[in-house]
Design a protein around this ligand. Structure first.
Ligand code: TMP
Length: 214
């Protein structure tokens, strides 16, 4: 997959974590590191990343989605993902570009599975259907205690529908993220995101470099 000389093969890299861990801040550093190491990088996000998927994102995160059933939320996450994979992720990977994505299916297990309580086996059925075996090559999980992360997210303001959830919801989300990360050490690194932005950026790049060397 990686680095056999000057040419780099396409990688699918995902960043995960609960609100307030600094994913958006650090996305640019991850992309910059990969560019410096010869990758042609496209940065994207989920839900979203393609026009129809962004429209679904508005529905999912906006006030209009508040009364949505948990199953409808799950299906819309995968509808957005199907569109994103079809329009952006797969074509980019086929063209040899590295895709850096702000959240992917680990988020569905964490939020819809852990947070909302949907059976993880039902999520796995949709994952198989929509991804047909496509998995991230590398996943960086930014992790911090819920109270630290939520205090940061709230200080930022402009909360979306998920950010309005209570701490217990995010404790469940974090627990599933950590469990999945520990079950997939071949592709995932857990990065302590409780420090300053500079410290976190250094840890993140070290984890990325270590994963990318394998
Ligand atoms: P963010 O990208 O600004 O962090 O917001 C996206 C929100 O959507 C975030 O609260 C997590 C949530 N989400 C899910 O619940 N399930 C998913 O599969 C994805 C990709 C995101």
């Amino acid at each position: 997959m990686i680095d056999t000389g000057t040419e780099r093969s396409a990688l699918f890299v995902t960043l995960e974590g609960i609100e307030g861990v600094g994913k958006s801040t650090h996305l640019a550093a991850v992309a910059a590191y990969l560019r410096e190491h010869g990758h042609d990088v496209v940065v994207t996000r989920e839900p979203g990343g393609a026009p129809v998927a962004e429209a679904i994102r508005d529905l999912l995160l906006g006030a209009r989605g508040a009364a949505m059933s948990h199953d409808a939320e799950l299906l819309l996450m995968f509808a957005a993902r199907a569109e994103h994979l079809d329009k952006l992720v797969r074509p980019a990977l086929v063209a040899g570009r590295t895709v850096v994505c702000d959240r992917f299916t680990d988020a569905t297990y964490a939020y819809q599975g852990g947070g909302r309580g949907i059976d993880l086996a039902r999520i796995a059925v949709l994952e198989d259907l929509i991804q047909a075996g496509l998995q991230p090559d590398l996943t960086l999980l930014l992790d911090a205690p819920v109270e630290v992360a939520l205090a940061r997210a709230r200080a930022r303001g402009g909360a979306d529908r998920f950010e309005l959830e209570r701490s217990a919801f995010f404790e469940r989300v974090r627990a599933v993220y950590l469990k999945r990360a520990m079950a997939a050490p071949h592709r995932t690194r857990i990065v302590d995101a409780s420090g300053t932005p500079e410290t976190v950026a250094a840890l993140l790049i070290a984890a990325l470099a270590e994963l990318a060397r394998r």
